[in-house]
Write a protein that binds this ligand. Structure first.
Ligand code: NAG
Ligand code: NAG
Ligand code: NAG
Ligand code: NAG
Ligand code: NAG
Length: 434
């Protein structure tokens, strides 16, 4: 049976977002931003600044918030309009990449000008970008020692930041919060969701965080399982031969061995070896999307954000050097990379928190096969029904958009014509098909 959104009103918010994105047609023109001009006023976030996570040291998470442009029809009241929190992966990559290159209302073009995004995720939801953990993007780590080294510590800081954000505006208190993000945020998202549920259990109703659900795009969540899928996946796509598959499988076996023995640093190195070998064998420009002739251009965002006028407009210290991904944060979390948070996803699903796992189909790092490999291992009483549930064809305006499968609180979506950065590629899809 064909999937049609109006018949399934409860299908998850991401699908609504993608649909909204596809339906949205913007007529505004790009605003040139030469080195000397300031940030266009209409492109500025509704709110931005710092959320202190440690008042002793001064460490703080940088945020930008964009209010919903057209609150969802059914929730015309802003006090009921959901707020989406976006977390970038890495470890150590800035959510400003998502903001200005993927799903924010304004994106940086080839000329380093801002132009309206044809598919902004704040179309019907409030949208909050957090540079997480401290030390990432414009966030401030008072000392390298304070940068979290595991998911519990990441979640503690995020929790403080989210509570502080909610306290900024009376209307935020009632709004459902959805935690979203991609890639290595496949670790952060379950971790903060889990932490919120644990904290909520200890708090009276009025003080709880109103967690509506979570959505993970092309996530790394159960790395020991996911790292074992590359060889067969690439072979089935026709990208490598049997001999190369065998070489990859040997490297994968090493990575899995280090995970089993708890040698976390070597496990991370071994995964890098797998991905490097796959890149080498295939000669692809990037594993993030096997169709791409050039990699995603995140350098546009870095160049843009290092403009002094831009920093002033966004309220950040002009002396901060913006890096899309921080090596210092990457190093701090190196031993965490290969540790699984599958049990946290299981906890969320069991507690009936809506969980959406979506993947751009052309990603060779954390794609569909890689995700489904750990999903089928989930310990949850509904997993058999999920696996047996019908996979529905999903069309937008009559065009094939992907596939959707759902059972109770767990949903899985394949997004066609997209790689690792689904929101960026959906934008391209929209423009090409207008
Ligand atoms: C929106 O409202 C319509 C009409 O009241 C209802 O049929 C539909 O289920 C609602 N959709 C959502 C997402 O609540
Ligand atoms: C806050 O900063 C102080 C001083 O650097 C440090 O001792 C403490 O561990 C930090 N607390 C948290 C929760 O990060
Ligand atoms: C960039 O600038 C050139 C020259 O002014 C113009 O032709 C082109 O359309 C611009 N590209 C975008 C994406 O705005
Ligand atoms: C991890 O593996 C490497 C390479 O085999 C080895 O040199 C190192 O001692 C191991 N570390 C631990 C903590 O087992
Ligand atoms: C792959 O690795 C081999 C051996 O290290 C090297 O000679 C070759 O140039 C590499 N190929 C590509 C496409 O990077």
């Amino acid at each position: 049976m064909e999937y049609s959104p109006p018949l399934f009103p409860k299908l998850l918010f991401l699908l609504l977002i993608i649909i909204a994105a596809v339906l949205h047609h913007s007529t505004a023109r790009p605003l040139p931003l030469s080195a000397a001009t300031s940030y266009p006023k209409e492109a500025l976030p509704t709110k931005s600044g710092y959320l202190t996570v440690n008042s002793t040291s001064g460490s703080a998470i940088y945020y930008t918030y964009y209010e919903a442009q057209n609150p969802h029809k059914n929730t015309s009241k802003i006090s009921q309009t959901p707020i989406l929190i976006w977390l970038q992966g890495g470890p150590g990559c800035s959510s400003m990449l998502a903001n200005l290159y993927e799903l924010g209302p304004w994106i940086v073009n080839q000329n380093l000008s801002l132009e309206p995004n044809p598919g902004p995720w704040n179309n019907i939801f409030g949208l909050l970008f957090l540079d997480n953990p401290i030390g990432t993007g414009f966030s401030i780590a008072a000392s390298p020692q304070e940068i979290p080294r595991n998911q519990n510590d990441v979640a503690k800081h995020l929790y403080i930041a989210i509570k502080e954000f909610i306290a900024l505006d009376e209307s935020f208190k009632t709004r459902p919060i959805y935690i979203t993000g991609e890639s290595y945020a496949g670790k952060y998202i379950p971790a903060i969701g889990y932490h919120i549920l644990k904290e909520n259990q200890l708090l009276p109703r009025g003080k709880r965080v109103n967690l509506g659900g979570v959505a993970i795009g092309n996530g790394l969540t159960d790395p020991g399982v996911q790292v074992a899928t590359h060889g067969l996946n690439a072979y089935n796509l026709g990208l490598i031969n049997e001999k190369q598959k065998a070489i990859l499988e040997e490297l994968q076996f090493e990575a899995v061995g280090f995970v089993k023995s708890g040698n976390w640093s070597e496990a991370t190195n071994a995964r890098t070896n797998v991905l490097n070998a796959l890149t080498n064998m295939t000669g692809l420009a990037t594993l993030y999307d096997f169709r791409r002739l050039i990699p995603y251009q995140d350098d546009l965002v870095a160049t843009f954000l290092n403009n002094v006028e831009v920093k002033r407009a966004l309220g950040v210290n002009e002396l901060l050097v913006f890096e899309v991904c921080s090596d210092v944060v990457g190093d701090a979390l190196k031993d965490d990379v290969m540790k699984s948070v599958r049990y946290m996803v299981e906890f969320l699903v069991k507690k009936s928190v809506k969980v959406l796992l979506y993947q751009g189909q052309c990603d060779l790092r954390d794609g569909v096969v890689s995700t489904l490999a750990w999903v089928k291992k989930m310990k949850w009483e509904g997993i058999e029904q999920f696996l047996m549930a019908e996979r529905k064809v999903w069309r937008v305006d009559g065009k094939l958009a992907g596939y959707v499968q759902r059972w109770e609180s767990l949903s899985h979506a394949v997004v066609m014509n997209a790689g690792h950065l689904v929101p960026t590629d959906q934008g391209v899809f929209i423009i090409n098909n207008k």
